[in-house]
Design a protein around this ligand. Sequence first.
Ligand SMILES: O=P(O)(O)OC[C@H]1O[C@H](OP(=O)(O)OP(=O)(O)O)[C@H](O)[C@@H]1O
Ligand SMILES: Nc1ncnc2[nH]cnc12
Length: 175
Amino acid sequence: MAIDFSKHIASVQDFPNKGIVFRDITPILQDGELFRAATHELAEYAKSRNADVIVGPEARGFIVGCPVAAELGIGFVPARKPHKLPREVERASYDLEYGSNSLEMHMDAIKPGQRVVVCDDLLATAGTLRASKELIENLGGKLVGAAFYVELPDLKGREKLPDVDIYSLVKYHGA
Ligand SMILES: O=P(O)(O)OC[C@H]1O[C@H](OP(=O)(O)OP(=O)(O)O)[C@H](O)[C@@H]1O
Ligand SMILES: Nc1ncnc2[nH]cnc12
C-alpha cells in the first residue's frame, strides 16, 4: 500500500515569519523506513526521467538529493549558498516565500548535455528551482525534472515553470 507521507510532516504556524506555515519534513528523516521509502519514490521518478545527475539546492536539497543519487549510482551536484564553493562558480539569484538569496554551482559541475533532476524537500514559489534551472542550463545541462517531498500549489510554482516536469509526494492546499 502507498505510504501517506503527509502523516509524517509537521505543520508549524508562523515560522520563520508570521503568516508562514512551515512544512517540516524532519519526522520523515528521523524514521529510517520512511526516509528510505521517500528516497526510493524520488529515485524511481529520477530513473523514469533518465537522469544522469541529481542537483540538490542547499541545505535541505542536500539531505533529500544525496541518497537519491546514491540509490541510482549517479552523481550529486550541490547548488550552494554564496561563497561556499572554493573554485570558479556560476551564480543565480532568486526570491522565495520568506526572503531572497543566490545559489552557486562549480563551473565544471555539469557536463554539456547531461540530463539533470533537481531534488529538494519543498516546492513553494519555485524561486529556488528557477535559479537551479538557470545554473544547470548555463553550464550546458538539461533540466529534465524536479522532485520534492512537499509541494505548495497555492504558490503556483508549477505555473511559473510550465516547461519543467514536476513530481511531489505530498501537496498542501491553503495555509
Ligand atoms: O520554491 P521556493 O519558494 O524557492 O522555496 C523552496 C525552497 O525554500 C527552502 O529552502 P531555504 O532557502 O529556506 O533554505 P534551507 O534549505 O537552507 O533551509 C526549501 O528547502 C526549498 O529549497
Ligand atoms: N512553507 C514552507 N515550509 C517549509 N519550507 C519552505 N520553504 C519555502 N516555504 C516553505
